[in-house]
Design a protein around this ligand. Structure first.
Ligand code: GCU
Length: 678
């Protein structure tokens, strides 16, 4: 039964009336590579297993393209042409792209490269598993080359902000012996076209660079390789000192440069296809170039130069900020990224990508789009999302995240008064950049559900789908996932769709709304309500709530000036209270609790009402889920029921904690008389 969790959306469950289709299926598979570690070989066996699961029919596999009728051919376009296949009508493909045709008896699954061919096989299987046997012929290409996930795994096996058990990669300071789960993970990721995994925490440990650990990384890369997933690692900037025994880690010091060149060469000997490095420098206590009065770009380029001969890239994180003092009205952590990075635009080497969290603070339930995307016109950028629900219920609450991500991906920053959607900036198209894309912090663990919750896996699935094509609709992605994960039954699809699509608005309503941030405890757990923790701290993610007023004044005219980091059209919208959308009002403006929203409601009454309606919605998830009893296997049914019951209760804790807190602070009664002591 654990198989259902482990296989997630790749179960290949039998479809209703499968025997009726069996005759119309091709009778064999031709996989145009006989090397077992190649993604094309993997594609062949995946097709064989998938079709057997879905239709109960076992197709034979061969590796030479002799067959012309009634076969599924999978390989690269080039290999197909070399073996005599006709590639007429197949458009030019981008890296990792593929062509899928099921017209005319034969199925052609042809990738620009081997990875693309495997993606095509997964796409074809996804259609079949959803009962879709229609004839198709199309090519698809990725929005961007970087489609990575970041694991925040520590070498001792713990995972920072991980809620699905210990690491599948590390234990006791080194790489685990049995990497079966690493291969299984790569399989899931490849099926949604993720092409690299950074396996260790951004708060990195330099002992990863020991000879023994580099050998272990080689084994992880071996486990990934048949799926076309590449290995990446996070680096500790101070490694030359901490690990190399040098007196310095100054990025311009020749001994430091030699250290990184050697380390990099050594890793590439073991992992010739390593994707690259992820670097968190001068952030939250991590070492970095600023210690030596060098710029962040000099820091990033240090690694870029070591990687360049090997074709690797540096993902350099923009999450850099200093501790601040709340008594300074103009202090604002949201300003930090642009302040640190804007002047470095154009100074990063071509194989550096600046990785930017979607909002200026830190994975909150709602944030405006990071203005850094509009300030780097000569630098490749990637968006950083978080599948791990750090501030968002930590997988104990159902929160389907793509609608939140889409508020950023689809946001038009209007750079130079022209259409500048974030998704077109990260693809490199808007500013003509060679690189770009996305990364998501995922933090799966050894739990057989991967993330600790069956329903949370929709976020991982959808992340990959959106990284490939961010223009897709979150609800239709979700429904593919439901069909693949649970059932083709309409009631199952409708019910899980309803719960999932209502989940982010509900969570926002019963946690922090109107742009005030999530209101979780931010000092320790990042879980559960603790609005008081948002102020009187040095982290700078404040609410500035007192007995009369609430919100951060981020205007240019009277506040921190953050709104001025946006291009003019966006700046004007946020600078003015009348044009700021209600859902970001308290992000940009400091107002009385009695301030009227565009909706006509006051701020405080909106707080009260939203917390009730959000918690009410969470209550409905329990009976909704219960209506599926018998339609979902008992183990997953019970697991999800347990989580939904928890969420229903915890949403009431949230509702009452937040409402009472602001009632006590403001003394303003709830019009409906629900809040406070009566
Ligand atoms: C958050 C998170 C940290 C993490 C940091 C980061 O602040 O709580 O655990 O290290 O983000 O993204 O680097």
């Amino acid at each position: 039964a654990a198989e259902n969790g482990l296989n997630a959306w790749l179960r290949y469950a039998p479809i209703p009336n499968a025997q009726n289709y069996s005759a119309s299926l091709p009778s064999s598979i031709v996989s145009l590579n006989s090397t077992e570690t190649s993604p094309v070989y993997t594609a062949g066996t995946e097709l064989q297993n998938g079709i057997q699961g879905i239709f109960g029919k076992r197709l034979s596999i061969s590796h030479a393209n002799g067959t012309t009728s009634s076969s599924i051919v999978v390989g690269t376009v080039d290999e197909y042409a070399k073996t005599g296949g006709s590639v007429q009508g197949i458009p030019e493909l981008d890296e990792d792209g593929f062509w899928l045709s099921s017209k005319g008896g034969n199925v052609q699954i042809l990738g620009e490269n081997e990875r693309g061919a495997l993606y095509g096989a997964f796409e074809y299987l996804s259609m079949l598993a959803q009962g879709n046997l229609s004839s198709v012929a199309y090519a698809t290409n990725p929005n961007a080359p970087v489609r990575w996930v970041n694991q925040w795994d520590n070498l001792d096996g713990s995972i920072e902000r991980g809620y699905g058990g210990p690491s599948i990669f590390f234990e006791n300071g080194t790489i685990v012996n049995d990497l079966t789960r690493a291969g299984d993970y790569a399989r899931l990721l490849a099926s949604v076209r993720v092409n690299a995994v950074v396996v260790n925490n951004v708060n990195a440990n330099s002992t990863l660079l020991s000879t023994r650990n580099i050998q272990g990384l080689g084994r992880i890369a071996d486990a990934f390789r048949p799926y076309g997933v590449r290995l990446g690692i996070s680096l500790d900037f101070a490694s030359p000192m901490d690990f190399g025994g040098l007196p310095t880690y100054d990025p311009l010091d020749p001994s430091v440069i030699a250290f990184w060149t050697n380390v990099t060469n050594q890793i590439y000997e073991t992992v010739p296809d390593m994707a690259g490095y992820l670097v968190k420098a001068n952030s939250e206590g991590q070492a970095g170039p600023l210690t030596y009065n060098r710029t962040l770009s000099q820091g990033g380029n240090l690694f870029a130069k070591a990687l360049q001969p090997h074709g690797g890239i540096v993902m350099f994180r923009a999450f850099v900020y200093n501790m601040l003092n709340e008594s300074d009205w103009k202090a604002d952590r949201a300003n930090a990224a642009v302040q640190f990075f804007k002047d470095l635009d154009g100074q990063f080497d071509d194989n550096v990508v600046v990785q930017i969290k979607y909002g200026p603070i830190d994975f909150q339930v709602r944030e405006p789009t990071s203005p850094l995307f509009a300030n780097l016109l000569n630098t490749s950028t990637a968006i950083e999302l978080e599948v791990a629900q750090e501030y968002l219920g930590q997988q104990c609450h159902l929160v389907y995240l793509p609608p939140l991500w889409k508020t950023v991906l689809d946001f038009d920053l209007r750079v130079n008064n022209q259409s500048s959607l974030v998704r077109n900036i990260i693809s490199g198209k808007r500013f003509n950049r060679p690189l770009g894309g996305s990364a998501a912090v995922v933090n799966v663990g050894t739990n057989t559900t991967w993330l600790g919750s069956h329903l949370a896996m929709s976020n991982l699935y959808a992340y990959g789908r959106l990284a490939w094509d961010p223009a897709q609709d979150p609800q239709s992605i979700l429904q593919d996932w439901i069909r693949l994960t649970f059932s083709l039954d309409n009631e199952v699809i409708d019910t899980i769709t309803q719960m999932s699509m209502e989940s982010w608005p509900a969570y926002e309503s019963y946690s922090g709304n109107l742009g005030i941030q999530t209101l979780t405890d931010i000092l320790y757990t990042h879980f559960g309500p603790n609005p008081a923790s948002q102020d009187n701290n040095g982290y700078g993610q404040w609410t500035r709530a007192d007995h009369l007023t609430i919100g951060m004044d981020r205007t240019v005219s009277n506040g921190t000036g953050f709104s001025g980091q946006y291009p003019p059209e966006i700046y004007e919208m946020y600078e003015n209270i009348e044009t700021t959308p209600d859902n970001l009002l308290l992000w940009f403006h400091h107002v009385n609790y009695t301030q009227r929203l565009q909706s006509g409601q006051t701020v405080i009454q909106h707080f009260y009402d939203a917390h009730y309606s959000g918690a009410d919605t969470a209550q409905t998830f329990v009976p909704l889920w219960e209506s599926l009893e018998g339609k979902v296997d008992t183990e997953r049914y019970n697991d999800v029921l347990f989580r939904q019951t928890y969420q229903a209760g915890h949403s009431i804790v949230w509702r009452d904690a937040i409402n009472n807190y602001y009632y006590n602070l403001s003394g303003i009664p709830d019009e409906a008389n629900r809040v406070g002591n009566h």
